[in-house]
Design a protein around this ligand. Sequence first.
Ligand code: DAH
Length: 337
Amino acid sequence: MATVSLESFCSEIERCRVEALCALETAAAEEHLERARVEFAGARSGRLKSIQKQLGALEAADRPAGGRHFNELKTAITAALEAAQTRLARVAAAADAIDVTLPGQPFRIGHVHPITQTIRRVQEIMSRLGFESVDGPEVEDQWHNFEALAIGAEHPARDPLDNFYLAVAHGADPLLLRSQTSTVQIRIMEQRKPPLRIVSLGRVYRPDTADATHYPMFHQVEGLLVEPGATMADLKGVLRFLASSFLGGDVHVRFRPSFFPFTEPSVEFDMEWGGRWVEMGGAGMVDPAVLAAVGYDPATVSGFAFGLGVERIAARRYGVADIRDFYRNDVRFLQQF
Ligand code: DAH
């Protein structure tokens, strides 16, 4: 075999490197890649193989350097071949995942939860009567959840089994997750002077076993009006307006005598809608003891208050039979609203 100079051997290696890397990096399909593989790395007649054969034609002294260059070329081509295989496999997987020829799917947009919709709707209706929407904390003290509302130490509503008391340091005032939104009446009256019209909607907590009409967390609407000359007739008018606006159509409201420690007289109120009377909540004239507890003068101010369950009116309006459905987060249920 005629001898080959190291110089021409190296330029052959360089040419091969440029052509091989270019072919491998631009191969856009399996068959291009296979053709390039056979051309450069084919075991019998690939370019690498023929360069390897030329090694023997180098002067003996040039062989170590030539061998080093050859090995570098082989490593570079092997790496480029692997990189190209990975790249094409990834392209193939992505093509499998998205069929761009399929017709488009409608885009599903979420919406506000039915309980939140109900809350916003009640706030909007009450605002038309001048009731300002206010909030209170969900972790409460004994004063706001019970004492200021004339619920004394011996009252069964304070039973640890009927409330979520929190662990507090020994000797500290007990705290609890509020069991009613009537707490907000106290918080607002402590901060403001009459006249006032407020409505507060939020979560309350009671350790009830969950069933179709109970849940350990639910929502209440609390209304309070303190104004000179407020009467039970005004209370009934406000409730009827709320019910008619929320449920639509002609809704009647009826009072039944009842008892709450913080109202005197107290009533429970029902609504007649679609030919059926349904129990809705409690209400009454604010008890003078409550007015005194917040520093108002019961001889000169009076007012009324009411409370009702958000889940109950939402279930009534939407025809939901089991309030647990509101919390299951099943999109098939929620997307109906
Ligand atoms: N807080 C009472 C409850 O959770 C409901 C209630 C009754 C609220 C009478 C009131 C009221 O404001 O006047 O059972």
